[in-house]
Ligand binder design. Structure first.
Ligand SMILES: [Fe+2]
Length: 356
């Protein structure tokens, strides 16, 4: 199986190599409601000034989630960590980039604000001060047929929001797939780990990892999917083990939040996953046990299908990938069909047949 398009592909000499997904930014009309969901999901608020809410995991990042008070709910964009001030200077010379600015929010550092070709805001950030990790439970010792670390002891994970350790990845849908994918590979050094393609060889989803050289990186930190418009698909947060995923499901269900899909184990990335909707219908994923790859691993190409989404678990509900087709989205669809070189009615119908 082969790709029929130039992207996704590694860039031989990217402008920078991002070293982490630092944070995501969301606009929400109701910060209290946002905080209620995110606390139940397992994030910890660090600062709240009325119009801005910062949340963190238990790891060393000062925050990984920003909520801005705004009239309409929308996903705004993402922060990508780069390691050197020289990286920020190089990025500040790109068309439309801001100058290098000092950051006043938790963790400090410097940043450059950019916009990717699909219109998502991208902050390149450097020099954030790490914070002390918060206490969390260790992974449970599991008895198996091969090893029995637990004797005369029971297994009782706490009934509490599962501690999110860190932000893992974000998945975005795009109309302008080629230009957007090329931008992230060229300017931030993303490496395609696995690509799912349509029967004509054009990419439907690219799972991309950070280039950390010989250090292991998550199978995907950014995944880009061909859609009819630029849209948030979901974001994913690492928890300590499968019992945290399961206890998270029980707790979120008991507190009345809306389940999206899970529990199961993905194929590409291998994570044990469970997806929940926030109060605005945006999907948030708990996961554990994801694959790690160094920069050496080659790109895998696979046919896209519903069956390729999980090795086991509940079947993916149709609602999971169904777009909200209100009048605004219909107008976007028609406009992008005329405008975007990556979209055709045939491609959209193929995607709808597979996922619809
Ligand atoms: Fe995911």
């Amino acid at each position: 199986m082969q790709l029929s398009t130039p992207q996704p592909a590694r860039h031989p000499a990217p402008t920078t190599r991002a070293s982490a997904l630092a944070y995501l930014i969301f606009d929400r009309p109701d910060l209290e409601q946002a905080e209620r969901f995110l606390r139940d999901f397992g994030l910890h608020p660090v600062a709240h000034d009325g119009d801005l809410l910062f949340l963190r995991g238990t790891g060393s990042a000062p925050f990984c989630y920003v909520v801005r008070k705004a009239p309409a709910a929308r996903f705004v964009g993402l922060g990508l960590q780069v390691d050197r001030l020289a990286d920020l200077e190089a990025l500040s010379r790109l068309p439309g980039a801001s100058p290098v600015q000092a950051v006043t929010c938790p963790g400090g550092g410097h940043r450059v604000e950019l916009r990717d070709p699909s219109g998502f805001v991208v902050h390149a950030v450097s020099g954030r001060e790490p914070v002390a990790a918060l206490p969390r439970r260790a992974a449970l010792p599991l008895n198996s047929a091969d090893t029995t670390p637990r004797v005369n002891q029971t297994q009782r994970p706490p009934l509490a929001p599962p501690d999110v350790v860190r932000l893992g990845h974000v998945v975005l849908e795009l109309a302008d797939y080629q230009a957007t994918c090329a931008w992230y590979t060229r300017h931030f050094g993303f490496i395609p780990s696995d690509v799912q393609v349509l029967p004509d060889g054009s990419p439907a989803v690219a799972f991309m990892r950070l280039d950390l050289g010989d250090a292991p990186a998550d199978h995907h930190t950014l995944a880009l999917a061909q859609g009819f418009a630029a849209m948030y698909s979901h974001s994913a947060y690492e928890v300590v083990d499968a019992d945290a995923v399961g206890m998270g499901q029980r707790l979120l269900r008991e507190r009345g939040w809306k389940h999206a899909w899970g529990i199961g184990r993905h194929i590409l990335g291998s994570q044990i996953f469970d997806y929940w909707q926030d109060p605005w219908g945006d999907k948030h994923e708990h996961y554990c046990d994801g694959d790690l790859f160094t920069a050496d691993a080659p790109t895998g190409i696979h046919a896209v299908s519903r069956d390729a989404m999980a090795q086991w678990g509940a079947p993916m509900p149709r609602s999971f990938t169904k777009p909200r087709l209100g009048p605004a989205n219909l107008a976007l669809l028609l406009r992008n069909l005329r405008r975007s070189p990556d979209l055709s009615l045939r491609k959209l119908l193929t995607l709808a047949r597979i996922f619809g």
